[in-house]
Design a protein around this ligand. Sequence first.
Ligand code: ADP
Ligand code: MG
Length: 364
Amino acid sequence: MTSSNSSAVRSSAKHAAERIQQHLPPSNPASLSSSSLNLPARTSIIAPGGAPISHSSRPKDRPSSSASSASVSSSSPSTRRSGTPVRRSQSKDFDDDNDPGRVRVSVRVRPRNGEELKSDADFADLVELQPEIKRLKLRKNNWSSESYRFDEVFTDTASQKRVYEGVAKPVVEGVLNGYNGTIMAYGQTGTGKTYTVGNIGKDDAAERGIMVRALEDILVSSTSASVSVEISYLQLYMETIQDLLAPEKSNISINEEAKTGEVSVPGATVVNIQDLDHFLQILQVGETNRHAANTKMNTESSRSHAILTVHVRRAMNEKTDLGAKPESLGDKGIPRVRKSKLLIVDLAGSERINKSGTDGHLIE
Ligand code: ADP
Ligand code: MG
């Protein structure tokens, strides 16, 4: 999500590139999922007494030389077992689109807003999108430009549906199949992160963002009584976590399990979601609380991260989406439950992340 009207775009693109590259260490890909980003790209089939089966994801494709000023990134399921070191082949990486476990980075440019149209500023001089070859060209001056490759490039005419299908749907499908996944929106304030990720689409369902569409898909495939869908909605500001569904809980602690590295927030309010209308209500409550909390603290939402966590639990006597009918009982005859988690994160404005002092806790 970026606007293409400002001369700040070039420097912010470089900044975004640096930020994203910091998060995609080429030399130690395995650390991405567990430590440097704390992406919970790990899924277990819970079988008390049995060995958990876990999967990890790894980054593969940094944007060819850097990224743009804003992006949506996501992690999707991998078929690799954790603990198996993954060697990156630098030269092969950029052409290897078949690895479902790598972090994917896409960019979306928002349309000009009313003010920008009124100001009659020059547009599109700096940024040229080439969606068909998934490239964004950043013009440095009249003579030279830099080109960056993304997984998807969305122009200002891209619909919310198309962005969802290109960026989030594969992650959501992974979650429905028992993998954990994360979708993050990154970019300067005003570039369209909240619109893309969190828009409720009150007046027009076509404007619904990734959170609502993801829940819609999850709920449609979880109609049976043996599936539960629970959410929590938190805000992270200056190292403190606030519960957007219970604003009186304003400093919740984070728990990291030493053994598995799984991060959880045990004090967070968890709501069992019945249907989409129920979720829309809850999301609206969260938005209202986010606004109120930020007014009270005299801050702006652009300084805080909003984190929606969706927990999906499925009793394993269900037929899976993969068509297989797995054993419903574990080694000791205890019913198996498959748990997975989807994180959707509306990050603080990228110009504020340093100031907000939240580095290192980005999506815990
Ligand atoms: P951010 O969360 O990055 O600060 P917002 O999502 O609040 O930015 O977007 C800033 C403004 O631009 C909002 O008024 C939003 O409705 C509008 N906007 C952003 N992206 C789009 C888009 N793709 N189509 C239409 N309006 C958009
Ligand atoms: Mg926002």
